[in-house]
Design a protein around this ligand. Structure first.
Ligand SMILES: Nc1ncnc2c1ncn2[C@@H]1O[C@H](COP(=O)(O)OP(=O)(O)OP(=O)(O)O)[C@@H](O)[C@H]1O
Length: 334
């Protein structure tokens, strides 16, 4: 591990997100552009009228519950599934119109979909050959994903985590400026998850377009800077992680006091909204912890606990997608 990827590198202006490519603000370089993208399967609309731009220099999380249309969207980007209507391009060109596609877009779609009889090395060699990629990249990417020691072992004996790593190696093989990952954390242990997060951040810092699907906010919130949320094929949110957090409802302040009634009256008079949580504890919104603490001190009200609650991104994601969840298990978890 730790081996740098190939020579691919972009200007720092791109990594900072100020332009979309080589200093030309209107450039389509490495931009994934979907326009009214739609895919129907019989009566199911897997992807509905999706208009979206995914830019370089960011890790963009593509979130949605099971069946939201994420895999179908990724497959349409790669030309593996044809849109019913609308279009999707990378660098302004449909992926299927490009020879040697892996040099432009690398993808991990289904890590289980491997020919088990081949070795890891042979699997990557075959991909390299058909995409005009030098053999040296095979060794470099195997080292990059930590599989150099098992390069000659048959894939059939690989754990799910090792298969994920091999799938990531295949995505990186052509040193592409655009990378797509469908549920890349599946099967990875905590060390693997940490490594993948770091890898994504590095790929984005190098100016690449990194588009990562997941149905779990907890996997995403530590490595993405932008979020695209879909539910039942429709776009529900397209914003920075900070914007998503800010829109996730107000942060509240929890305060515990033996003089709940008095403090509640003071907080309401001050413009706060107060909810009684029982046992002398109230949650206040509209006032920050400093104001709540100062108010209590000014009126000599003892405070036994004062905590700022930040909104949970997981909770916000579940609320946003609640009406889009295909199958529920037992009670609704809200
Ligand atoms: N080949 C297909 N034939 C029929 N229906 C399909 C096909 N592929 C996808 N669908 C349907 O389209 C919808 C979107 O599926 P898709 O796999 O794109 O969702 P997803 O967000 O990737 O879900 P998951 O997280 O479960 O993989 C689902 O209702 C699915 O059943």
């Amino acid at each position: 591990m730790g081996v740098r990827l190939g020579a691919y590198r972009r200007g720092s202006d791109v990594a900072a997100g100020t332009t979309t490519g080589r200093g030309r603000p209107d450039s389509l370089d490495h931009v994934i552009r979907m326009t009214a993208l739609t895919r129907r399967y019989g009566r199911t609309t897997a992807v509905h009228d999706l208009t979206l731009t995914v830019r370089p220099g960011h890790v963009t999380g593509f979130l949605g519950p099971n069946g939201a249309g994420k895999s179908t969207t990724l497959r349409m980007i790669l030309g593996l599934t044809a849109p019913t209507s609308g279009s999707v391009t990378v660098d302004g060109v449909r992926f299927r119109d490009r020879p040697r596609g892996l040099r432009h877009v690398g993808a991990l779609l289904d890590a289980a979909d491997l020919q088990g009889g081949r070795s890891a090395e042979a699997h990557l060699w075959a991909l390299a050959r058909s995409n005009g990629i030098p053999r040296s990249r095979v060794d470099a990417t195997l080292r990059e994903v930590g599989l150099a020691g098992v390069a000659r072992r048959r894939v059939a004996g690989f754990s799910l985590g090792m298969r994920q790593r091999l799938g990531i190696a295949a995505a990186l093989l052509g040193d592409p400026p655009v990378v797509l990952f469908d549920e890349p954390f599946n099967g990875l242990d905590p060390e693997g998850v940490r490594w993948v997060r770091g890898l994504f951040r590095r790929l984005a810092a190098e100016g690449r377009t990194v588009f990562v699907s997941s149905h779990l906010m907890s996997e995403m919130e530590h490595c993405v800077d932008r979020l695209v949320v879909v539910g039942r094929g429709r776009l529900l949110a397209d914003q920075s992680l900070a914007e998503f957090a800010a829109a996730s409802g107000q942060a509240g302040v929890t305060v515990r006091t033996p003089q709940e009634t008095t403090l509640t009256a003071l907080l309401i008079a001050e413009g706060g909204a107060v909810r009684a949580d029982g046992d002398g504890t109230v949650t206040v919104t509209g006032l920050d912890a400093e104001r709540v603490g100062d108010l209590a001190a000014a009126h000599r009200i003892p405070v036994h606990q004062l905590v700022t609650r930040t909104p949970s991104l997981e909770q916000a994601f579940m609320e946003l997608t609640a009406s889009s969840v295909e199958h529920r298990t037992g009670a609704v978890t809200r």
